[in-house]
Design a protein around this ligand. Structure first.
Ligand SMILES: O=C(O)CCC(=O)C(=O)O
Ligand SMILES: [Fe+2]
Length: 313
């Protein structure tokens, strides 16, 4: 029997119980690569309104949704249809469709080349208002998590700040339609690792998320309703020389009644600034832990390489 579960911590402790919180959070990530965070301060109403807006969008006819697909854009903005993304090394595409929101830039920003403008669906104006607000809120929360992780790695608390202030981060509204086929070869989300630094996952509407533990078992993630699940992605695994593992995870197909329901979830993929050179931190290298990545790569080059592998480019 597996009695283990992903730890739950209160991020408010970063303010008033910093040392112990940083140690516990670091320990959770070293072990699981995942942690559930309560006390994050993002209002329920904002999350509920954003979910309602995304649901309304996904209920539109496919022909309308397809107007928001950007050819050759790697799915970075707007709509990506059902059965498009395919997990690395997987045979069959995922049973999901999604909408991506990126960072809003001031006019004339030098980052405009790497961070394309958002598309907004005219049919559902609330996607813009709530989606943008949720983006901002999760960007802020993510930076607090990075502050704690920086301290755990013996960096200065603000080490990440100038490296993520123009991050190519993405808010992904996900819809997994009901699974009507019996025993499809596809799954809702095939086993994968996230590409970015950290991912913040706002309360999924149904179960299904599982992580691969260090012992090689699949463990269901069942966060408290008021928690946001935050996990490590490949860029931070690489930067930290695997001190923080980018844990493999998947979303399994539902059985019984749940198979007749859609599942919605909203991950926020926190990315660094595109030009950041992802170079192993010297703090994470010693005789017992040689540098696994002697050749650094920019965040943008790494992202492009990975998008091709998951068939978004
Ligand atoms: O839907 C979920 O719970 C997880 C989604 C996910 O892992 C992803 O989109 O990368
Ligand atoms: Fe993921």
């Amino acid at each position: 029997m597996n009695a283990r579960s992903v730890p739950v911590l209160d991020i408010g402790r970063l303010e008033h119980d910093r040392e112990r919180f940083v140690a516990e959070l670091g320990g959770a990530y070293r072990e699981y690569g995942f942690c559930c965070l309560q006390g994050h301060g993002i209002p329920d109403a904002l999350i509920d309104e954003a979910y309602a807006a995304f649901r309304t969008f996904f209920e539109l006819p496919e022909a309308i949704k397809l107007r928001y697909r950007v050819a050759g854009g790697g799915g970075a903005r707007g709509y990506t249809p059902y059965k498009t993304e395919t997990a690395r090394h997987a045979q069959h595409a995922d049973l999901k469709e999604f909408w991506h929101i990126g960072r809003e830039l001031p006019p004339g920003s030098p980052y405009g080349e790497k961070l394309p403008p958002n598309l907004w669906p005219a049919e559902v104006p609330a996607v813009r208002s709530t989606g943008h607000a949720l983006y901002q809120a999760l960007d802020g929360l993510g930076r607090r998590v990075l502050k704690a992780l920086a301290l755990h790695l013996e960096l200065t608390a603000d080490w990440f700040e100038p490296r993520v202030d123009h991050g190519n981060s993405i808010l992904r509204a996900l819809h997994y339609p009901p699974v009507s086929e019996t025993d499809p070869p596809n799954v809702r989300a095939g086993a994968h690792e996230d590409i970015n630094l950290i991912t913040l996952l706002v309360g999924a509407s149904d179960a299904g998320l599982e992580i691969l533990t260090r012992e090689g078992d699949w463990l269901a993630v069942a966060p408290p309703a008021d928690a946001i699940v935050v996990n490590i992605g490949d860029m931070l695994q690489r930067l930290s020389n695997h001190v923080f593992p980018s844990t493999t995870h998947r979303v399994v197909n539902p059985v019984g009644e749940a198979a007749r329901r859609s599942r919605y979830s909203v991950p926020f993929f926190l990315h660094p600034n595109p030009e950041l050179l992802i170079e192993t931190l010297p703090q994470c290298v010693d005789a017992a832990h040689p540098n696994r990545y002697p050749r650094p790569i920019t965040a943008d080059d790494y992202l492009m390489q990975r998008l091709r592998e998951i068939r978004l480019l």
